[in-house]
Design a protein around this ligand. Structure first.
Ligand code: HEC
Ligand code: HEC
Ligand code: HEC
Length: 427
């Protein structure tokens, strides 16, 4: 981000903050009743539902560090604005949310504000959770009260000025955030709306799979057409990942049948591939725990999304393609086959529906080649005879770029050029 941009943003933000001094005011949300007035039978039901919703919302993946206590927070998030840590949401009274009222919890999910009126950063996907129904928020709260309290504070955030000023999020919200429960689309069926609720409000697929502007807000007209963000690669470093287009595009989810998607979300694999990278947690901690009925609803909604076509990057010249073919046939073709069709025992197909290959941004594909696809820790028998190794020491930037370009523009793929500079950035 350029300095000029940063400073004009600061001036602009401070001015606006001065003019409209209401950003820090806590926002009151009317709710029907409080936990204490509910009877025990209701409470058991709420807790059960809350546990299920917490799975669907994948709270655990973001609020738990590796080998740490569940929901005790402390997981770092690298953003273009600095590092932010998730907080402790166990019922510990000092370091968690043990003293929070149900209203406090409500305000955090619906409005993205803390009990003291401070704004929460939208890395916490309250932009999706705001759509939850009152009763689902109550259920989540009831469930979170039952988990083991853990005394552990999150490390201090390391965000650069001015992004470390929480009050600026108030401005951000004025521009980009609308609080409020999910509104069913009356032109669509009940089933479709239930699927939309699961995908948009709970599973928040769009938070990764949508493009964002320079201030980190989703561009609404391109929702679900693919996004980029920073996450860990197998060696622990944070690198750019691309989350592919989930609309009906031929370079997106349009390439998968409903059953391919159903299987993938339920088990982390389908007839031709297996999950790897950031999707492992989304599936293992999240969607794989959902009922088949709920997965079906999500699939109905997802498969109905009209195609949003992303712009093609530059078309590669034949020289690069030729070089890429050589690298591919030498290093990749034994498993993925020279036709790109894959071998059911060795490797997935790279034609006909590899979303990662066809993604507008090649970041995830480059990660797979450099570091190997880190598969999920599921309990299924291995599908592949051997794993794909890492190529970071074997191939240089130009070779990786050429191989990736060849794959992205061969067979029925057309996803544009990958440059050596793009590869260098991922190392
Ligand atoms: C994508 C990662 C992510 C997911 C998924 C996520 N959270 Fe968070 N959450 C965060 C981060 C990061 C923060 C800290 C935000 C900040 O400091 O402004 C946070 C903060 C919170 C807070 C405010 C806590 C405080 O001390 O102010 C609550 C409450 C919360 N999350 C609940 C949940 C629940 C419930 C779920 C699941 C339904 C969930 N979160 C899912 C990342 C996530
Ligand atoms: C934390 C960010 C994140 C969230 C949340 C997320 N995805 Fe993804 N998704 C990714 C990334 C990154 C990739 C590409 C690399 C990979 O597969 O891990 C991806 C890949 C995919 C693929 C293509 C897999 C392939 O190998 O071709 C599908 C399908 C998909 N996601 C569906 C979903 C659905 C449905 C949801 C919501 C339930 C979802 N994703 C939520 C980040 C995310
Ligand atoms: C030893 C066999 C083997 C070799 C050699 C190999 N791969 Fe793979 N590749 C795999 C396996 C196995 C996966 C499975 C991951 C999965 O199930 O998603 C994979 C996954 C991929 C994916 C992700 C596909 C998707 O949609 O999820 C891409 C892209 C890829 N390989 C490209 C390459 C390229 C380019 C090369 C050469 C530089 C290469 N592979 C070499 C076995 C191999």
């Amino acid at each position: 981000m350029s300095n000029t941009f940063r400073y004009s943003a600061v001036v602009c933000c401070l001015l606006l903050t001065a003019i409209t001094g209401f950003f820090l005011l806590p926002i009151e949300v009317p709710i029907q009743s409080t936990m204490s007035t509910r009877n025990e039978i209701d409470l058991v039901e709420y807790r059960k539902r809350g546990e299920y919703l917490a799975r669907a919302g994948n709270c655990i993946s973001c609020h738990t560090v590796e080998n740490g206590k569940p929901m005790a927070g402390g997981l770092p998030f690298e953003t273009p604005f600095g590092t932010l840590y998730s907080t402790n949401i166990t019922p510990d009274p000092e370091t968690g949310i043990g003293t929070w009222s149900e209203q406090d919890f409500f305000n955090s999910l619906r409005q993205g504000v803390r009990p003291d009126g401070q704004h929460l950063y939208p890395v916490f996907p309250f932009t999706a959770f705001t759509k939850l129904t009152n009763s689902d928020i109550t259920s989540l709260f009831a469930y979170l009260r039952t988990i083991e309290p853990v005394r552990q504070s999150a490390p201090e955030n390391e965000l650069r000025f001015p992004y470390n000023l929480r009050m600026l999020i108030g401005l951000w919200k004025n521009l980009y955030f609308e609080a409020g429960e999910f509104q069913a689309d009356p032109d669509q069926s009940d089933i479709w709306n239930q699927g939309a609720y699961l995908v948009e409000a709970l599973a928040h697929c769009g938070t990764c799979h949508s493009p964002r502007n320079r201030l980190g807000a989703i561009q609404p007209e391109f929702t679900m057409s693919g996004g980029e963000y920073l996450d860990q690669v197998p060696d622990g470093h944070y690198r750019l990942w691309s989350a592919p287009n989930l609309t009906g595009s031929d370079r997106g989810l349009g390439l998968w049948s409903p059953s391919h998607l159903r299987e993938y979300l339920k088990t982390s694999r389908n007839a031709f591939l297996e999950s790897f990278g950031p999707m492992n947690e989304v599936i293992l901690n999240g969607t794989s725990h959902l009922t088949s009925d709920d997965i079906d609803l999500m699939v109905i909604y997802l498969k109905s999304l009209p195609a949003i076509e992303t712009e093609l990057t530059v078309r590669p010249d034949p020289q690069v393609i030729g070089r890429g073919r050589t690298v591919y046939n030498l290093h990749c073709g034994t498993c993925h086959l020279p036709t790109g069709e894959g071998d059911p025992e060795m490797a997935p197909r790279l034609n006909q529906g590899s979303l990662v290959v066809q993604s507008a941004s090649p970041a995830s594909m480059i990660n797979v080649i450099l570091y190997g696809p880190q598969l999920s820790n599921h309990s299924l028998d291995s599908q592949w005879r051997e794993s794909m190794g890492e190529f970071q020491y074997l191939l240089d930037d130009e070779e990786v770029a050429a191989a990736a370009t060849y794959v992205r523009n061969s067979w029925d793929n057309s996803a544009g050029l990958v440059t050596p500079e793009q590869v260098a950035r991922q190392r």
